[in-house]
Every structure is written in structure tokens, then in C-alpha cells.
Design a protein around this ligand. Sequence first.
Ligand SMILES: CC(C)(COP(=O)(O)OP(=O)(O)OC[C@H]1O[C@@H](n2cnc3c(N)ncnc32)[C@H](O)[C@@H]1OP(=O)(O)O)[C@@H](O)C(=O)NCCC(=O)NCCS
Length: 199
Amino acid sequence: MNFLEESCTFYSLSPELIESCDQFDCGHSDLNEFFLKDAENYANQLLGKSYCFIDNNDLKSIVCAFTISNDSIKASLLPRGRKEKVTKQIPHVKSSKNYPAVLIGRLEVSTNYKNRGIGKSLMDFIKSWFIDAQNKTGCRFVVVDAYNEDLPIKYYISCGFDFLFSTEEQEKRYSNIQSNDPLKTRLMFFDLILLKNPS
Ligand SMILES: CC(C)(COP(=O)(O)OP(=O)(O)OC[C@H]1O[C@@H](n2cnc3c(N)ncnc32)[C@H](O)[C@@H]1OP(=O)(O)O)[C@@H](O)C(=O)NCCC(=O)NCCS
């Protein structure tokens, strides 16, 4: 059973909604704080829109939330091998081109609802928006700057994402991060054509 589709309702995240719900906790203080304090300002500045699902059987429970913004993959900024990998399904590819993408700026499932397949359903839901015929602009990729931690990386890989850079060393080099400094996040991508034209 798809719990999100069958037992939850989808909302734009607003201060009123947050006020009417129990405190949202995903176990990551940065993310909790963003949704509680900053999401509205972010939306007002047209920098990102935040959404959530509420449990129909407990209208005070935010099950999961996410924020998305427009983005792009700049092929010219990638190492050659990675450029070929990212654009291999695109006909007449131009190495200088920017390819349209949507950025998942934040995504989380409440600690009360983890490990039940909700994260995966949420990702399917987000991807489906951008291959829908009603989508008003072209969007080829979903991208994310994922926390460089075991669980989020496993999660995104299980949702079909791949690393934009092949190794942490390569990503540090291209992001101007000193090799001794930690790489706190990893850029990952999903090519939406895989859903539009499944092989
Ligand atoms: C990462 C997160 C979204 C996963 O949500 P979830 O609903 O628990 O995930 P699901 O039950 O749909 O599991 C999806 C995949 O995630 C991975 N995963 C989930 N929980 C895991 C755990 N405890 N240990 C290892 N892998 C896990 C698995 O690969 C799983 O796929 P599988 O069941 O086919 O092996 C959730 O743990 C979360 O909100 N974490 C805090 C915020 C965060 O890290 N967000 C992502 C970075 S922006």
C-alpha cells in the first residue's frame, strides 16, 4: 500500500499549517529548523517552495516535507567522463549547454514515519511532477546536494540517483574544497528521461 497516496493529504507548507501541527522532527536539527523558521521567507523571496504531507488519521502529524527550486546541470563544468555519463541519453548534446533541472533543496521524513517506504514514495511523487504533460517548463534532471552520510546517500541511490562526480576527491577539486577538508555534501542527479521512456 502507498501510505502517502492512500492515507495522507498534500499541502503547501505555511506558517499556519506548522502552527496547527505537532512539532516536526526528522532527526536532523538543520532541516527541522529550516522548515519551522525559514521556509516561509525562502518562499517569499521566490528561492524555493516547500510542501508536506499530513497524516489523515492524525491531522497534527506532518509525515514528510520537501523544498524544491529551479536549477540546472552545467555540462561545461563537469570533468569529461562525467559529462558523457550525465548526458549520454541526450541526443545532439552540446558540451557548453546547461540542462534544466529541479533541485531538491531539503527533504525529510518524520522520525515517527521512517523506514516504511515513505521516503521512496515521496521521491516518486516529486519525480512524477516533472514528467507530467502539464509541467510548464522542460526539466530533464532532479538534482540534490545530499548530506555525505551513510543513510541519505543510501536513500538517494535506492531512488535511482547517481553521483555527479565520480569520487569525493574529484568533487572537492571541482568545488574548490581543500583535499584535507571534509566533503559535507555530495552532488547527485537523476535523469527523468528514464521514467518518460523506460527501457
Ligand atoms: C533519508 C530519509 C528521507 C529516508 O526516508 P525513509 O522514509 O525512512 O526511507 P524509506 O523507508 O523509503 O527507505 C528508502 C531507502 O533508504 C535507505 N534507508 C532508509 N532507512 C535506512 C536505514 N535506517 N539504514 C540504511 N538505509 C536506510 C534504504 O536504501 C531504503 O531502501 P531499501 O528499503 O530498498 O533498502 C529519512 O531517513 C530522513 O528524513 N532523514 C533525515 C533527513 C535527511 O537525511 N534527508 C535527506 C538529505 S537532504
